[in-house]
Write a protein that binds this ligand. Structure first.
Ligand code: PLP
Length: 417
């Protein structure tokens, strides 16, 4: 069976970790290449080579804006999704602290932010950092599917609430948050609403002319664009402070010479994502159903995440009495790449904060594995993956049983090769 995909993906493995990152699409790479050594000018230079680079930025901005159905002037390019999130959070909350009493950063000004317990560390660790400056945060609980309740958002609002920051779709379990309801609520109270859209963009429709958020964070490498490039949508008329100082690039909000090849690649990735969105969604939905059907044959397996309000490419399953890290490493030896949680948590021995927030106990969290589908995956891949998972789950369960009861006989793991 060929393990490579039909999109120039030359990996020899079956890659099911697209929520961690995606390969750069060939059309994206092709569009980026001239900007390294031919159209290499500084976009701020007024000579011909500089103007070429500036034209590349202009086109990329228009393409990102088109995917969101907003104007190009509302897009600020950043270095990755994390930086976009930092800009939205710090750029809103630092001035709020200062504005409260008009003095320096160490003032006693009050700023409160509402978020959830299932956010990516790009949000939660930034808020941890901001708490040292006096920012107060309310972390809303989620239900068993990882879903936040807009009613809880309303109840958490205080007179000094300066920002609501909630993700569009969860990176680990795929649950899609009720962002439209929360946006309406935020607008009612006049509170800026930031959405971490890193996992949603390119996987589900995102129309910001209908979704009335203030800020929307994105990342190129989740949608077949290059790593280290992101963008922040800032709705026209909303103010934000820069968090790094230097030149006046990106309307003075992101100083530093632009990563022109990366930005051009992001623009192309957005154009492709828009063109293929309906087809990709339908395909992922079918593949997801296939994978769930195949793995349903495994005993004592449960789906983590919402059964319907979910990213079409994400499946997170708990295999009772199996250590997911061991399962993941064994699958890797067989050329199958999956994940035990967010890539940023790898190396951490802590169970996933997302799964714990959904009410799973530690044992179930440690037995959970994420499969995230992408353009190169086929039904044939999934049948092979399911066969390997079934075989390994059976083996690992016998190992854990043997550890408990100390069996040795035909069912003992020592009989396996
Ligand atoms: N937000 C979410 C939901 C993510 O999944 C990620 C990355 O995994 C990020 C933010 C950070 O994006 P980046 O890797 O571009 O910094």
């Amino acid at each position: 069976m060929s393990k490579s995909g039909g999109n120039g993906d030359r990996c020899e493995c079956i890659y099911l970790d697209h929520n961690a990152t995606t390969p750069v699409a060939p059309q994206v790479l092709e569009e980026m290449l001239p900007y390294f050594s031919q159209k290499y000018g500084n976009p701020s230079s007024v000579h011909a080579i500089g103007r070429q680079a500036k034209a590349g930025l202009r086109e990329a901005r228009a393409r990102v804006a088109a995917l969101l159905n907003v104007t190009p002037e509302e897009i600020i390019f950043t270095g990755a999704g994390t930086e976009s999130i930092n800009l939205a959070l710090k750029g809103t909350l630092f001035p709020a602290l200062l504005g409260a009493c008009g003095s320096g950063a160490g003032s006693n000004g009050r700023a409160h932010v509402i978020t959830t317990t299932v956010e990516h560390h790009a949000v939660s660790h930034t808020l941890d950092y901001l708490s040292a400056f006096g920012v107060e945060a309310t972390y809303l609980p989620v239900d068993q599917y990882g879903m936040a309740d807009p009613g809880e958002v309303r109840r958490a609002i205080r007179p000094h609430t300066k920002l609501i920051s909630i993700m569009h779709a969860n990176n680990e379990v795929g649950t899609i948050q009720p962002v439209a309801e929360i946006a309406t609520l935020a607008a009612e109270y006049g509170i800026p609403f930031h959405i971490d859209g890193v996992q949603a963009l390119g996987k589900i429709p995102v129309d910001l002319s209908r979704l009335s958020c203030t800020f929307y964070s994105m990342s190129a490498h989740k949608i077949y664009g290059p790593k280290g490039v992101g963008a922040l949508f800032i709705r026209e008329g909303h103010q934000l402070s820069a968090i790094q100082q230097g030149g006046s690039q990106e309307h003075g909000l992101r100083a530093g010479t632009e990563n022109t090849p990366g930005i051009v690649g992001f623009g192309k990735a957005c154009q492709l994502a828009g063109e293929r969105l309906a087809v990709d969604m339908e395909r992922y939905h079918r593949l997801r159903t296939t994978l769930l059907g195949l793995l349903d044959e495994v005993d004592s397996v449960r789906l983590n995440g919402h059964p319907e309000r979910t990213l079409p490419n994400t499946v997170n399953l708990a295999f009772a009495h199996v250590d997911a890290m061991t399962l993941m490493l064994n699958l890797s030896l067989k050329g199958i790449c999956v994940s035990t949680g967010s890539a940023c948590s790898v190396g951490s021995l802590k169970p996933s904060h997302v799964l714990l927030a959904m009410g799973l106990n530690e044992e179930t969290a440690y037995s959970s594995l994420r499969f995230s589908l992408g353009r190169s995956n086929t039904p044939e891949h999934l049948e092979h993956v399911a066969d390997e998972v079934k075989r390994l789950v059976r083996k690992l369960r016998l190992v854990s049983e043997a550890r408990t009861v100390g069996v040795c006989g035909p069912d003992c793991p020592c009989y396996f090769r």
